[in-house]
Design a protein around this ligand. Structure first.
Ligand SMILES: O=C(O)CCC(=O)C(=O)O
Length: 267
């Protein structure tokens, strides 16, 4: 499965963000990716005050545009995340995935909201304007099952384990860490989850903008089920290409049978 992760700047407007994505897909067309991934809140400033302003309903204008892009390029598109508003006015941090025909095949609402106050470092309180989702999300492709969670969700091993128990061989993580937790935990968390769960992890960030309120860490990466970093970008815009051999998942799971050896009888 050929994957391309696009680490892109968040543009001034939604429209510019969508156009920039289309231009990038055009640029990588010849590489014939099966799956393209982009980052968290890819066309909305990562600020709690912006989420309700940028929010759209499922099936809204951005959703339509993204669905059309997936169909136009014949790809699975993990369309990062965007603020989604429901019929009751609640706003979620939502990831949509489209198949090669442009059909929505997955939707994950961030389950763990990013509420932190690190002294001398990052403060953020998503729960000021966002509501948490309550589902575990796994979907089917011709390559096998893929799971998806969003940024802070990665910190909760139970959610990853649940996706794996539901068959995920690859886990997508649209994300945007920051300059406090990025250098400390970004690679560590991805590698740890990959080793524990013996599956591929694809962490896709937005690119760093020093002028933004929230400065993203960048460093989109691809980690193997053995815990190796197969590729990683820096902080700037970039394209990360990986060819994933999903048979490696079964091989590692049988050679080092952690999941099969899991005990549920320990008290
Ligand atoms: O877990 C972290 O350190 C960063 C999380 C984050 O930025 C997010 O959930 O958006």
């Amino acid at each position: 499965m050929r994957v391309i992760q696009l680490q892109m700047q968040v543009k001034e407007t939604k429209d510019e963000g969508l156009k920039a994505l289309e231009a990038s897909l055009e640029k990588i067309r010849d590489k014939q990716p099966d799956l393209v991934c982009i980052g968290e809140m890819f066309h909305c400033p990562y600020e709690t005050s912006s989420f309700p302003v940028y929010a759209e309903k499922e099936g809204g204008e951005s959703w339509q545009f993204l669905s059309n892009l997936a169909k136009k390029y014949g790809i699975y598109l993990s369309a990062g995340t965007m603020p989604e508003v429901d019929d009751n006015g609640k706003v979620y941090n939502t990831a949509y995935v489209f198949d090669r025909e442009g059909r929505q095949i997955a939707k994950h609402r961030k389950a763990y909201l990013f509420d932190v106050d690190i002294k001398g470092g990052q403060y953020f309180k998503e729960s000021d304007t966002l509501t948490a989702g309550d589902s575990c999300t796994v979907f089917d492709t011709e390559f096998g099952k893929i799971g998806i969670c969003i940024c802070f969700d990665l910190r909760f091993p139970e959610l990853s384990r649940m996706m794996v128990q539901r068959g995920a061989k690859v886990i997508l993580v649209p994300a945007a860490f920051n300059r406090t937790t990025g250098p400390a935990h970004w690679e560590l968390l991805f590698r740890a989850r990959a080793v524990d769960n013996q599956c591929f992890y694809l962490g896709t960030s937005t690119a760093r903008n020093e002028q933004a309120d929230y400065v993203a860490w960048g460093h989109s990466l691809c980690v193997s089920p053995w815990g190796e970093i197969l590729g990683e970008l820096g902080a700037e815009e970039g394209i990360l290409e990986s060819d994933l051999d999903l048979e490696q998942v079964e091989r590692i799971r049988s050679e080092l049978p952690l999941l099969a050896a899991l005990r549920t009888d320990i008290r």
